[in-house]
Ligand binder design. Structure first.
Ligand code: AHM
Ligand code: MG
Length: 332
């Protein structure tokens, strides 16, 4: 790995090219990367640090809360809050918008995040991640932000990305023009540029979906899965199935090697499982910046106008050709 360009240097260099930049975005990224190093360190010794298992609580989504979920949430909030760069935050683990303490200045950005995505993987030592998105505030002035600041469509994002805690720890981000990946060197404690200008292949050979839900899918969805995993006309190969159950990990593989990740609506959950603001929208911003596509089936994910913090959306995301096929075959 080249130890040339750190994450901070990369962001700073790009911000210097924006005449109206104040340094706030650079500071926000600095605090986010600090939070992710703290989380990575905790995840790395999860079995030793008495953070495996459940807290005994149930979160706003009705899911059992893992101790590391809460640790990650609190770490991001406390690292970012004091930076004076955000006016409000939103977290998958917290029901309402997170107000900034009156003791801290309010900034011009809105940070929303899924602190620990794929938390079902924590106890089995498989990859998990953090997903984040950054909008400009909509409310005027320098006071606290509100729910309206959080409910913005993905097309208006300033930046988005994720951190994957895996066999190595990586931070991948985009400000809309290109996608860049950084690998944490744990000996030095810095993220270094390792994947510059990631471009998703036009097509892949992998599909990623929880096929255990097959019985709950619409017939067109079932037909699409039957089609994608079989060899077909025009030399179509049988696609391979890969599904770890942590979207960050499934998405990261899809971004690097192509293919499609899907969490469709089904007879139990018409809008699927994934949250628009914390999961679908930021990763859709990243995939589009890498040349891919993301759709709910009915519309472009980035064009969905959110109406609630924790709303869900069906998601078809990945290589443009593969998402085009799925949407055409399922939605006509
Ligand atoms: P989480 O944010 O509570 O961890 O849930 C989201 C996760 C995604 O990472 C993953 O793609 C999906 O849930 C897996 O769900 P399922 O077990 O239904 O396949
Ligand atoms: Mg999640």
């Amino acid at each position: 790995m080249a130890h040339g360009i750190t994450l901070e240097h990369h962001i700073l260099r790009r911000q210097r090219a924006v005449p109206e930049a104040t340094g706030e975005l650079t500071r926000l990224f600095h605090q986010l990367s600090l939070a992710s190093k703290i989380i990575a360190s905790k995840v790395g010794k999860a079995g030793l640090a008495n953070v495996l298992g459940l807290t005994g609580d149930v979160n706003v989504q009705g899911e059992e809360v893992q101790k590391l979920d809460i640790f990650a949430n609190n770490t991001i909030v406390s690292c970012v809050e004091a930076s004076g760069t955000v006016c409000v935050m939103g977290s998958e683990e917290v029901e309402e918008p997170i107000a900034i303490s009156p003791h801290h200045p309010k900034g011009k950005y809105v940070l929303q995040f899924d602190p620990l995505d794929g938390s079902g993987n924590i106890d089995i030592n498989a990859s998990i991640g953090t997903i984040f998105s950054i909008h400009q505030r909509k409310t005027e002035g320098t006071g606290p932000g509100n729910l309206g600041d959080c409910l913005q469509p993905g097309r208006d994002l300033v930046a988005a990305g994720y951190i994957i805690y895996g066999s190595s720890n990586m931070l991948v981000y985009s400000t809309g023009d290109g996608v860049h990946g950084f690998t944490l060197d744990p000996a030095i404690g810095e993220f270094f540029l390792s994947h510059e200008n990631i471009v998703i292949p036009e097509r892949g050979d992998t599909y990623s979906i929880n096929e255990g839900n097959y019985h709950r899918w619409s017939e067109p969805t079932q037909r699409w899965v039957d089609w994608i995993k079989r060899p077909g006309a025009d030399d179509k190969k049988a696609y391979r199935l890969r599904y770890i159950g942590a979207m960050v990990a499934d998405f990261h593989r899809t971004l690097l090697t192509g293919g499609i990740f899907v969490y469709p609506g089904d007879s139990k959950n018409t809008n699927g499982k994934l949250r628009l603001l914390y999961e679908a929208s930021p990763l859709s911003f990243v995939v589009e910046a890498a040349g891919g596509r993301a759709s709910s089936g009915e519309e472009r994910i980035l064009d969905i106008e959110p109406t609630a913090l924790h709303q869900r959306t069906p998601l078809f995301i990945g290589s443009k050709g593969d998402v085009d096929d799925a949407v055409a075959k399922i939605f006509g």
